[in-house]
Design a protein around this ligand. Sequence first.
Ligand code: R5P
Length: 291
Amino acid sequence: MIILAFPDYLSQAQRLTSRLNAELAEVTIHHFPDSESFVQLPPSLPEHVIVCRSLNQPNDKLIELLLCASTARELGAKRLTLVAPYLSYMRQDFASQPGVAVSQRIIGKMLAGLFDDVLTVDPHLHRIASLDQAIPIKNAISLTAADEIGCFLKQQLDYAVLLGPDSESEQWVSRIARQIGFDYAIAHKERLGDKHVEMTLPANDYANKPVVIVDDMASTGRTLTKAARLLKAAGAGDIYVAVTHPLFCGDAEAHILEAGIKTIWSTDSIDHPTSCIHLDALLGDAVRAIV
Ligand code: R5P
């Protein structure tokens, strides 16, 4: 087994390689002046090849994945496994108007055509029950970072209220709360635009209590910002954030910190200065279970 690592995801691939006691090789990527991608793999590959790369900022990465997987097959790989802790294009899961591309289904089908196994972490699946409905292969595996986040929070704090900013977050927040014995509450959120979020906090005694806002991803940061402002107004003590996927697009991080958040913690599903919760143990166990 060999793990193919991309330059933008090298440290995560190295940690996974150590977990699996496998071999690592780097994929060479070059961007030509016209933005086309040049992709080069090692000249010979074993039968089982694991491609490790998260698919945030996905457009170039998806083309590079296509070039990488097709070349790996030409070089003789019999089994191709994609480990993509962050899987993009999962949000558009229905045609909201005639003519809208259902990207979840289209990108899912593309990945199913390229890989034998796809492993990801907390994908944004709202209207479907399991990942294989989006990626129609036997081993379409959706893991959760909830336990990793729970262990981390337990090491950082003796007690906190966990706040899920919307009903979708309850699955992770309730699991973490059970695991580490913290209380939790779930807010009601309405998204009125990319950068416009309305929210109401559930009734709770927040006064002077530390609160951790837990979510699957931070994109524009508006969800976290709104939650933090409401918590401040309700008299909460220190406010922290724990997210699985730190996308933090544009001014998101500055915006969040301005809202009075003390610390942001995230997993290394995406490389970011806040990525202190490593997922290699979770991913390594999941790979071991299918080989
Ligand atoms: C929504 O369903 C997700 O769980 C996140 O709350 C959302 O994607 C965060 O987005 P933003 O940072 O843009 O508010």
